[in-house]
Design a protein around this ligand. Sequence first.
Ligand code: SF4
Ligand code: SF4
Ligand code: FES
Length: 480
Amino acid sequence: MVTIKIDGKEFEVDETKNLIDAVREVGEDIPYFCYHPALKVVGMCRMCLIEIEGVPKLQAACNTPVKAGLSIITKSARVKEAREGTMEFLLANHPLDCPVCDKAGECDLQDNAFSSGKGVSRFELKKRDVPQEEIGENLLINHNRCIICFRCVRFEEEKVGQSNLGLFERGYHSLIGLAGDSLISHNYQGALSDICPTGALLNKKTLFKSRVWWYKTAKTVCHGCSTGCNVEANVRDNKMYRYMARENREQGMFFLCDTGRFDVDWMNENRLQSYMENGNKTESSSVFSSLIPKIKNKGKIAILGGAHESNENLNIILTEIKKWSNTVTTEARVHDSQYNETKQVDFLLTEDRHPNTKGAVEAGFISTSKASGIVTEFNKGSIDVLFIIKESIPEGLDLSKGTVVVLETNLTDSAKKAGFAVPIKTFSEQVGSFTNKNGIKQNFEMAMNPILGLPSSGDFFKRLNLEMAKKKEEALVGNR
Ligand code: SF4
Ligand code: SF4
Ligand code: FES
């Protein structure tokens, strides 16, 4: 840490930072567009100009590393005039079509115009009008809104490892466009739209779906793989509309891949809402009354899956099954990717598409027989009841050899095929935590209200034990 002066006051700041981040950490603000904490600095937009004592010209804060003894001025008339000039220049050709722009409400251009702009323009000529273009399978560019900050080009080069985009022509004619003939098809088209500081890059999947101020927001974690990217979940009318990246500088998390970002419809559609027996709707009481004798006869029980469940649910399940006198085998790893060291598919996405394999393994959802061994044993008829938690029924499992109970959030084929299906809450309808591939336990908030009466996976095992503990005559009364 070193001491620098910011607007006349002394602060201790980290000398590895640039001035934008150092100033931000002490609670002040320097406006910027092209700077991004996870990308290389280019100093293209000139929005972050500040005064440095002893240096005659204004300097770009993004491009100036912290140095002991530095004295900077972020609030002088010169700085204000420079910011107003930059904003006026950037807005000269901007269509100012915020009312029809998807970015409105979370747009850096709007925010900086409001905080640092002049509020008026002297530009009276006809604005540039370039037609919108499709540049990716899920990506549009509205050239008129682009401020040539180069974030998209740098993100592709530095993070995705592809260079589909480039800057073409000069000055007034400058355009961000495709460098080749084919559309962008990589797993980070959502991230491109996310890091664009204006509404120039737009995802087709979320286009015109909602104004951003109508969302209720929850801090959560992506369910899509073992990386556990931090997410801001946007919910409206109790429907999950979108995932946005939630910056977590300590963990170096700034982005989301499309695999996780756009996999949200399952939380809204095709939900399993009632208990089922052999593919038909039934009462919970009927499921409990069938299961209880099977557990009470001390036969062998197995639980497969659980790596989609929170650490809290897994711990409840373990506590509840310890109350049984049966032999219970638990195994959360149902795919090869869960047994191996985490393999990356690209810079974020991993092969293990479970958010909590590590948490489940640490909790003890592992067995010597592994998932394949459980299937073999079940087919031999030596497992009485097999609980499958939010996984497909394994291939080759002979359903006639025992009782299969699928705990599911959705009406899947497995839920229809199983002897019994139990509807459970999604993780987004609960609070809890997942442990990611690096062993970091990350909490998530409840983003959506659960369907009335739906248990979590942990609640189901709790309730099973409560029903078992009840006296015969009062058991199974009052169930749905
Ligand atoms: S499209 Fe967006 S991210 Fe790319 S240069 Fe233009 S404003 Fe920047
Ligand atoms: S990398 Fe994994 S955790 Fe991150 S957004 Fe993609 S699917 Fe979700
Ligand atoms: S943020 Fe410094 S020049 Fe763009």
